[in-house]
Design a protein around this ligand. Structure first.
Ligand SMILES: Nc1ncnc2c1ncn2[C@@H]1O[C@H](COP(=O)(O)OP(=O)(O)OP(=O)(O)O)[C@@H](O)[C@H]1O
Length: 369
């Protein structure tokens, strides 16, 4: 979990230094004050340099500044690790972990597992398949040791096969070799994803039992292949079409999570509000899986009041109070937060910290920092 975060020239923050509670952290501030940016900084560190809101990453650097700097003290269960990152508008140009220099921020992404519930989360239901693939692969990356090396091998095979398809002079034996490589690694990834989705389903059932007890959602891996066909057979069936298009149409990179409600595809049936609950449920379903391998997640919850009605906000907070993961949650002001917490005894019992942010200046309302 994240103990301490320092920011320099990140979005509208010139400087910030914050010591976080291991349980609940409430960030209060008006619209445009810097609440989301704080969550975004944490997500950036934990996700290997991504943002959960769209837009160009070059905009993370404060206007007029040369580079944004982020420094985090992360408790990884055994000791405190110190991570520093510098990002210029052009990209990350320095990383330090306990004095050493990792090659990429993604190399240290196991350090701080972060999940976010935010206005874009609903895209897990309505958005493109790539988002759902990334979502399940994120979980496997944290819980399944074999996954990352396997994914890298599969990705290399995919690149080689695609390059060959586009080369204009295709040696059938060489293509056959890459078919085998891509098919073998894809089938193994598919096996891991199927097991992962089974566990995720159990977590989703638990989360929805609190969030929206009447909603029964089923998750299944969708491969896009014909019934009874394995990846190698699909690659061979699609070979001529792949050559014409210049890319591979079967493999690990085409899987998707099919989300059903009853017998219907959820995105064709659910309202936007219901889809948000499903998406939140899916994100929360990752928490127990991460916990099982001895890790603690940092959960970022942005703009809850704008996202859910009162009843579902209440239910979500009830669930969060049960999870025991480090949470940061934003709200406009103390009365709004009080209304959100309302009579939630479980939440009131949690040791929390409260912060206020105004024009990129953060101050603690509970501690001495
Ligand atoms: N690169 C940048 N340099 C300076 N300011 C920036 C930069 N990028 C965004 N901002 C500004 O930072 C401010 C904080 O934005 P942020 O999204 O964190 O606000 P927020 O408190 O979450 O607001 P809301 O409640 O409206 O969601 C905004 O005024 C935004 O215009």
């Amino acid at each position: 979990m994240l103990n301490r975060l320092q920011l320099g020239d990140f979005r509208n923050y010139r400087q910030a230094d914050v010591s976080l509670s291991p349980s609940l952290n409430v960030i209060l501030g008006d619209n445009g004050s810097g609440k989301t940016s704080l969550l975004e900084a944490i997500y950036f560190i934990g996700s290997g340099g991504r943002s959960f809101r769209g837009g160009r990453l070059s905009r993370l650097v404060r206007d007029g500044a040369e580079a944004a700097t982020l420094y985090a003290e992360v408790h990884d269960g055994e000791s405190v690790r110190r991570l520093g990152v510098r990002r210029t508008p052009g990209g990350i140009d320095a990383i330090k972990l306990d004095g050493a220099t990792p090659k990429a921020l993604s190399e240290v992404a196991t350090l701080l597992p972060v999940l976010a519930l935010h206005p874009g989360s609903v895209d897990l239901v309505f958005g493109a398949s790539a988002l759902r693939r990334r979502f399940m692969d994120w979980g496997m990356f944290h819980v399944e040791h074999e996954f990352m090396p396997l994914w890298r091998t599969a990705n290399a095979a995919l690149k080689q096969r695609n390059a060959l398809l586009r080369s204009g002079s295709i040696n059938p034996r060489e293509l056959g070799f890459w078919d085998q490589q891509l098919a073998q690694t894809s089938d193994r990834i598919e096996g891991l994803r199927r097991s992962y989705l089974k566990e995720l389903q159990a977590g989703l059932d638990d989360a929805l039992a609190v969030l929206s007890p009447d909603m029964k959602i089923r998750l299944r891996l969708q491969t896009g292949r014909q019934k009874g066909e394995d990846t190698l057979a699909a690659l061979q069936r699609l070979r001529q079409d792949d050559i014409r298009r210049g890319f591979s149409q079967a493999g690990f990179h085409r899987s998707d999570i099919r989300i059903d409600i009853g017998e219907v595809v959820a995105r064709d049936r659910l309202s936007r509000g219901q889809a948000k609950l499903v998406a939140y449920g899916m994100v929360l379903a990752q928490l127990p899986l991460i916990q099982r391998v001895g890790k603690v997640c940092t959960l970022l919850v942005d703009d809850l009041a704008a996202e859910l009605d009162e009843e579902h906000r209440h239910r979500l907070l009830q669930y969060l109070a049960m999870t025991g993961h480090q949470t940061l949650i934003t709200a406009l002001d103390a009365p709004q937060w009080a209304a959100i917490v309302n009579d939630n005894n479980a939440l009131q019992a949690i040791e929390s910290k409260m912060f206020h942010v105004e024009h990129g200046k953060l101050r603690s309302l509970t501690g001495s920092e």
